[in-house]
Write a protein that binds this ligand. Structure first.
Ligand code: ADP
Ligand code: ADP
Length: 230
């Protein structure tokens, strides 16, 4: 059932220099299948640092991080990249859509990176996901022709295309109006329910946090609260 586990994870920046600064202190955390959690905490508390570690974009200074019970410390870049595009889906704050490509091609991108030329099955899957996020009619548009909420939904479809078991999102509703934010939130909910994947949403928005099943709060690099509501 375990999707992700952190055991005594520390992260320091500028290691070995006079300004060495440990910003995460011995973090223990476990996320199981079906988890729907928010990660909150004040600015500078270490949320982005933790998300980068969990997303395998950075490595702990000490401690170990397990993905599907496999230790990640010894993995090479290729293994990390494979996990990131497959087992772990990421939705970044500024969604990083490629403006030169259509919406459909943006969603196909993770599959193309892993499997090469898109097959009919890959295109079907991408179109199915665009339909699921309510954007079927906009598949051939460029991202910059879409609203902020629509672009965020494209980024979610892209993160879901490789059927991740862990979905990470950094302030996914940050710059959206309330209605768009609710729509985006409902998509995470639905994917969590339908696919039993673990979802971790970094958010400053108490409205979003209140609607998650579990709230994890970081202060000064320590988990000060980890509360399951159901
Ligand atoms: P949050 O996402 O909660 O705002 P961060 O993880 O961005 O927190 O930052 C935690 C601490 O780590 C802050 O003190 C920040 O200044 C520091 N920090 C973040 N990134 C770096 C970096 N690349 N180099 C040095 N210090 C960093
Ligand atoms: P189509 O009817 O166009 O074939 P489907 O509904 O069968 O579209 O979906 C295509 C793909 O998208 C499938 O692989 C399915 O697993 C996936 N999919 C559809 N809806 C969702 C959803 N809400 N969350 C995640 N994946 C979805």
């Amino acid at each position: 059932n375990e999707v992700l586990r952190l055991a005594g994870v520390c992260k320091a920046y500028d290691v070995g220099t006079p300004v060495e600064n440990e910003v995460l202190h011995a973090i223990d955390l476990r996320l199981d299948r079906g988890t729907f959690a928010s990660l909150t905490g004040p600015s500078g508390s270490g949320k982005s640092t933790l998300l980068n570690l969990i997303g395998l974009l950075d490595t702990p200074t000490s401690g170990e991080l397990f993905v599907l019970e496999r230790p990640t410390r010894a993995m090479d870049d290729q293994e990390r990249t494979d996990l990131r595009g497959g087992t772990i889906g990421l939705v970044f704050q500024f969604h990083h859509l490629i403006q030169a490509f259509s919406v459909l091609d943006n969603v196909l991108m993770p599959l193309m990176i892993r499997q090469g030329r898109p097959t009919a099955a890959m295109i079907d899957r991408a179109r199915g996901l665009l339909a699921a996020v309510g954007l079927a009619a906009l598949a051939s548009r460029r991202p910059n022709e879409l609203s902020g909420g629509q672009q965020q939904r494209v980024a979610i479809a892209r993160a879901l295309v490789s059927e991740p078991v862990l979905l990470l999102a950094d302030e996914p509703t940050g710059n959206l109006d309330t209605v768009s934010a609710d729509e985006v939130f409902e998509l995470f909910r639905r994917f969590n329910a339908e696919h039993d994947c673990a979802v971790l949403i970094v958010t400053h928005d108490p409205r979003i946090s209140a609607r998650c099943d579990r709230v994890i709060e970081l202060v000064d690099g320590h988990i000060v609260r980890d509360e399951a509501k159901r």
